[in-house]
Structures are given as structure tokens and as C-alpha cells.
Ligand binder design. Sequence first.
Ligand SMILES: O=C(O)[C@H](O)[C@@H](O)[C@H](O)[C@H](O)COP(=O)(O)O
Length: 252
Amino acid sequence: SKRDLLIFDAEENLAVALAKYTADISAKFAAERGAVTVVLSGGSLIYALRKLTEAPYLETVDWSKWHVFWVDERVVPKDHEDSNYKLALDGFLSKVPIPAGQVYAINDALSAEGAAEDYETILKQLVKNGVLAMSKTTGFPRFDLQLLGMGPDGHIASLFPGHPLVKENKKWVTHILDSPKPPPQRITFTFPVINSSAYVAMVVTGAGKAGAVQKAISDKKTSDLLPVEMAILDDGEFTWFTDKEAVSMLQN
Ligand SMILES: O=C(O)[C@H](O)[C@@H](O)[C@H](O)[C@H](O)COP(=O)(O)O
């Protein structure tokens, strides 16, 4: 697995580079597989994707090949202000021509447990029909690209520090009823799914993230790993997209 650290002077430049990175990966998988499976988080990531909705990418990306998923979702109605689907729809998905049937929102009529099971069933169907790849080594689905954010506490997806869910190693999608970050009920991909990805972009900006970034990038590993430190890809490329503030506690 390859790891890269990209540091940008300003979030604006990060957004420009993230759009090119995403468009290049999209072109690669559209050509190789005829489908591009893209996973989104919530949070500031969606704003960071805004350059993809403009020239040249609005015209050059083959949006018809995209299949869009969520690494985590809050168990609220799809039109609720806490919904990660609504955040992505308003800020990104409504501005690009991805076929509506290829955007996989959670079933918001179900409980958290039911929604997680339903989402895993949908992923298994997409593996059967060849849209979603499988890892040859891990036995978990292999998403082409996961575009993720990290919280100031080092959480990714809805996998929080010290929470037992970080150890889930059988399910593809699971649920949480006691998320320390509100709202409490969510569904989330598990670490084996995140770590089976081909590409992960970890998009992290601002001084509030500097402590977690420093811990995550340090060579000295302690036993109290942050969730972001547990994102170790089996066979993929992990790229940090950061700004100066987010790396302000790094030594060199
Ligand atoms: O549901 C959520 O809470 C988000 O999906 C979450 O996983 C987010 O990606 C991080 O908390 C970073 O969020 P910010 O980039 O806004 O800090």
C-alpha cells in the first residue's frame, strides 16, 4: 500500500487538486471496469468537492458511470438537515448528471439496525451484478474511491475512538445507537470495507484537526490508536489532502 501526504497553502488549492485527483481516478475505473464506485462522508468534504461541479470536470467526467455510496449516514429522514445524503445532494450531487438510480441513499423508513442490514444487502447485489468489485484477498468489497473526512477526535466514518464498533470484522455495514457526535443513531461502513478500497482520500483542513493529524502521521505508534490510524489499506493508495493549519503540529 502507498501513502501520500499532500499539503496545500489554502483550502481553495486543495479543492482544485482534489477535483483533478477524483477525475483521474474516475477516468481510470470507467475505462477499466465500466463503473466507478465512489464513497462519500459527510462534513466539510462535500464543500471540498465543489470544483468537480464546474468546468472542465462537469463535461469531462463520465458521470453516467458513477455509483455513489455513503461511508456513514445518520438515521434521519433524507430531507432532514442532519442527513449526509441531503448535504451531498444540495452541495454536489444535484449539480452533476449521475443517474438517480446509481445514488445509494439509506432506507430512511427503517431502524438503524434495519438500515444497516438493508445497505449491506444492496452492496451484495451490486457485487453480484459486477458494479462493485470484491477484494481478492480480504473477502470484502473493494470500492474504487472513498472520499473521507476526519473529525477533530480522529474519528472517520462513524467509527469513534474507544468505541467497540472499531473492532467489527465480519459485517460490511453496521449501526451505532450511541454516537458521541450527534445525532446518536447512524449506520457506518466497517474497517475491513474501508481498508479494502483501491483509493482513499482523507480530506482534513483546519487547526482543530492538527492534534489528530500529528498523532496519525507520527511513526511512533501507541496502543491507543485513533480510528484514522486504523485506516491501513490492504492493497491501495491512501492520500492525505491537508492544509497548512491541519499539519501545523507536524515537526518537519
Ligand atoms: O456523519 C458525520 O459526522 C460525518 O460523516 C463525519 O464522519 C465527518 O466526515 C467527520 O466528522 C468530519 O467532519 P468535518 O469535515 O465537518 O469536520
